[in-house]
Structures are given as structure tokens and as C-alpha cells.
Write a protein that binds this ligand. Structure first.
Ligand SMILES: NC(=O)c1ccc[n+]([C@@H]2O[C@H](COP(=O)([O-])OP(=O)(O)OC[C@H]3O[C@@H](n4cnc5c(N)ncnc54)[C@H](O)[C@@H]3O)[C@@H](O)[C@H]2O)c1
Length: 255
């Protein structure tokens, strides 16, 4: 397929959505395929990744399902082996997996802290470690890690803020190490996009979220996915170690 990612091989982690509708990972996998990439759709819930693959194939895109829990090193290694075996290399790793915690400092138990750090931060380490060898072998690659504006603003969701700030630190550290090998590493910090992840907040919160940014427009998974397309593409060949904030201007506000 022609497009901005033509000929590239991509892995998207958390490529399914936890509910009906469109999450960030699902939208990104679909846009990557529309732009010509062959996409390994990875999710620990196989049926969710299968749903994304079905949508991609319905548009004549190329994608495969892979079931893996990206908090486990062996499963990350197997995921990368599957992409390389299927398509002969790996150009893009989109580290999308993440879970939210809405607990403040005193509410956060050790279990909650460990759960969020494992899913939101350790997964980035393990998936990136697995993806780097084939990228080093070919002398190029783009790794994208999904952070959040929660890392950049003061608020009460302690473990989530800490984990997502950790993602940005991770990206900056790894970008310096991998730049000389031709591999770019960037973060995306989405704002209050409306996805199945936040569906449980309800209609009133949905409206409040929409109104909270200067643009006053509701964000969707597509808004995040277009940023990922740019960072994954050769258009961003001179961009590494950065955090692309996609938030309708939310981080400009003080409220
Ligand atoms: N929705 C928002 O407002 C918002 C804002 C900022 C950042 N984010 C970030 O966006 C990312 C999630 O986006 P989404 O909309 O795709 O979420 P989602 O919850 O709809 O989908 C994520 C998918 O990841 C899978 N998953 C969870 N843990 C996994 C694991 N350990 N291994 C493999 N798969 C796993 C789930 O099964 C699910 O299908 C997260 O990193 C989140 O923190 C979301």
C-alpha cells in the first residue's frame, strides 16, 4: 500500500480497545496500516487485537494478531520474533499499553503503585529491549511511547502521574543511547481524549473534559494516532527524545 509508512513493519502494543469504540492503540494500528505499514496488533486480550485486524483487513490493509502480555520479557521477545519472522524486519514499535489509576497519594496502596508501574513503565522497558536488536541490525527504527499530560500537570492521580513522567524520562535516556544506531525514540502525551479507557467517567465528565481545553473540541484516538504516524514516518527523521503533546492546549491552562 502506498503511504507515509509504505513498506514499514510496525508493532502496536495494546492494539485493541477495552470497550466498544476506538482507543488510542486501535486508532494508531488502523492509521499505520492505512499509511502502508504492515502491523502486528498485540494485545493480551487476543479478541480485542483480532477486532482491530479485522477492521484493517476490511480496508485491504495488512495486519496480524499477536497475543502477549507486554509486562513479561519472554512475551515481548516472542512478539518481536513474530513480526520479524512474518515480514523480515521491524521499523516501528508503538508502546501504547497503559492503565490508569485515579487514586491520590494517601489512597495509593503498594499493590496499586506496583500494578501501574509495571503496566505503564516496565512494559516500555521490556518491549523496547526486545525491539532494539532487529532495528540495530538494519540501522534504523522509530520507537514511540505513550505518556500522558498527567505527567506534565499537577493533579491527584499519583501513581499514574509518576509512571507517565517516567515514560518521558525513559524516552530521553533511550533516545541518547540509540541515536547513534539510527533509532529515534519519542513520547506522545495525549490530553483528555475520549476513548473506551475513560468511558466509565460518564456523560457529565465527558462534557467537562471537552470544555477544559482552549480549543474546546473533544479529542479522539485519531488525534493521538496522527501524531504517531508523524513520529513513525521519515518526515520525523530529525526528531528524537521529544514529547509531542496532543491536548487541544490543555497544558497551557492553569485550571
Ligand atoms: N484516554 C485518555 O484520555 C488518555 C489520555 C492520556 C494517555 N492515555 C494513554 O493511552 C494509552 C491507552 O490507550 P487506549 O485508548 O488504546 O486504551 P485501551 O484501554 O482502550 O486499550 C488498551 C489495550 O491494551 C491492552 N493491554 C492492557 N494491558 C496490557 C498488557 N500488559 N499487555 C498487552 N496488552 C495490554 C488491553 O487489553 C486493551 O485492549 C495508555 O497508555 C493511556 O495511559 C489515554
Amino acid at each position: 500500500m502506498p503511504g507515509r509508512l509504505a513498506g514499514k513493519v510496525a508493532i502496536v502494543t495494546g492494539a485493541g480497545s477495552r470497550g466498544p469504540g476506538l482507543g488510542n492503540g486501535k486508532a494508531t494500528a488502523i492509521l499505520f496500516a492505512r499509511e502502508g505499514a504492515r502491523v502486528l496488533c498485540v494485545d493480551q486480550a487476543k479478541e480485542r487485537a483480532a477486532d482491530t485486524v479485522e477492521l484493517i483487513r476490511a480496508e485491504s490493509g495488512e495486519a496480524e494478531v499477536f497475543a502477549a502480555n507486554v509486562t513479561r520479557a519472554a512475551e515481548c521477545q516472542a512478539m518481536v520474533r513474530a513480526a520479524v519472522a512474518r515480514w523480515g524486519g521491524l521499523d516501528i514499535l508503538h508502546n501504547n499499553v497503559g492503565v490508569e489509576s485515579r487514586k491520590d497519594l494517601l489512597e495509593t496502596t503498594e499493590e496499586e503503585w506496583d500494578r501501574v508501574m509495571t503496566v505503564d513503565l516496565k512494559s516500555m522497558l521490556l518491549a523496547t529491549q526486545a525491539a532494539v536488536p532487529p532495528m540495530v541490525a538494519q540501522g534504523s527504527g522509530s520507537i514511540i511511547c505513550v505518556s500522558s499530560v498527567a505527567a506534565l500537570r499537577g493533579h491527584g492521580r499519583t501513581a499514574y502521574a509518576a509512571a507517565k513522567a517516567g515514560v518521558i524520562g525513559f524516552v530521553r535516556s533511550v533516545a541518547v543511547q540509540l541515536g547513534p544506531r539510527g533509532i529515534r525514540v519519542n513520547a506522545i502525551a495525549p490530553g483528555r481524549v475520549w476513548t473506551p479507557m475513560v468511558e466509565s467517567l460518564g456523560a457529565e465528565a465527558r462534557e467537562r473534559r471537552r470544555q477544559s481545553s482552549p480549543l474546546g473540541i473533544e479529542g479522539t484516538g485519531w488525534d493521538v494516532a496522527w501524531g504517531a504516524v508523524y513520529l513513525a514516518s521519515d518526515e520525523a527523521r530529525w526528531v528524537t527524545g521529544q514529547t509531542l503533546v496532543i491536548d487541544a492546549g490543555l497544558t497551557l491552562t492553569t485550571g
